[in-house]
Design a protein around this ligand. Structure first.
Ligand SMILES: [Zn+2]
Length: 279
């Protein structure tokens, strides 16, 4: 059997098992295999093996630019030293070169960089970091990542595509220290942990993992996903009978009772704005 035939065979089996696109409502036939998180988020050969999803041509093509940018941004924001291998550096160089060629506006504008001399109330004599303004493409890229990750993780956990009668909310933020309130909150809230792995690479590292919880009765899913020690994307899916207006009551009800969560959980957007203002 040639490699091409083997590939075709594997794909055919995949489309038979997963006949519909899981990103646009579950009625379009699947003709492509999409990786979520995108392969671009990992050094070549390091992407987790079990995160392949059925997609129609349109859904797969529509996110091509954002898949590449997601890879660049998530690795740029990851401050985990153990994810700075020569393979990581090679991948970043490759991504950067491709972005310079194709989407130069999506690179951070280093001409606006500002040195940071403060940690909390402590002023440091030499800068501890450099703040760079986020390119406009960042917000759009994160929206695509949030949308795709929510659809993919729902499909992976629940075993059926999200439909148009579901509603979902999703956000992202950058971890600002090990005891970030929202991260701690999500960690305590979500029961099941899944870490991306590869069978043929011993040390996959802390590159991608998520926690999730699901309630059958209401068809409710909540998750928090983490890229290295940098970006966190979290979201929730509301079943067809649920509404956003009673969500707070629902979240307070069993089994996710968490006293005082309203006070403890900052809105991610506010956190990001506050961090930008502080920088
Ligand atoms: Zn689709």
């Amino acid at each position: 059997m040639t490699t091409a035939t083997k590939k075709l065979g594997k794909k055919k089996r995949f489309f038979l098992a997963y006949p519909y696109c899981c990103f646009c409502g579950g009625s379009e036939p699947s003709t492509t295999i999409d990786h979520v998180p995108p392969k671009a988020c990992f050094p070549d050969g390091y992407w987790p093996e079990e995160f392949e999803f059925p997609a129609c041509e349109t859904c797969n093509q529509d996110s091509r630019r954002d898949d590449q940018l997601t890879g660049f941004y998530t690795q740029l924001l990851d401050f985990n030293e153990s994810n700075r291998t020569p393979q990581d550096a090679a991948k970043m160089t490759k991504l950067r070169d491709a972005i310079v060629r194709n989407y130069p506006d999506a690179l951070p504008d280093t001409s606006t960089s500002v040195p940071i001399h403060q940690v909390g109330s402590i002023i440091t004599p030499s800068p501890i970091a450099v703040s760079v303004r986020r390119p406009a493409a960042f917000a759009q890229t994160m929206e695509t990542l949030q949308r795709k990750l929510t659809h993919a993780l729902y499909y992976r956990e629940v075993g059926k595509p999200l439909t148009k009668s579901h509603a979902y909310l999703s956000e992202h933020y950058q971890i600002q220290g090990s005891d970030h309130t929202l991260t701690t909150f999500l960690g305590a809230l979500l029961p099941d942990e899944t870490i991306g792995t590869r069978t043929n690479i011993k040390n996959y590292g802390e590159r991608f993992g998520y926690k999730s919880g699901y309630k059958d009765k209401e068809d409710f899913l909540i998750y928090g996903a983490q890229f290295g020690k940098g970006l966190i994307v979290w979201g929730m899916v509301l079943g067809p009978g649920m509404s956003v207006s009673n969500l707070a009551d629902y979240l307070r009800s069993k089994p996710w009772r968490w006293a005082g969560y309203r006070e403890k959980m900052p809105c991610p957007r506010e956190t990001i704005q506050a961090n930008q203002a502080a920088a």
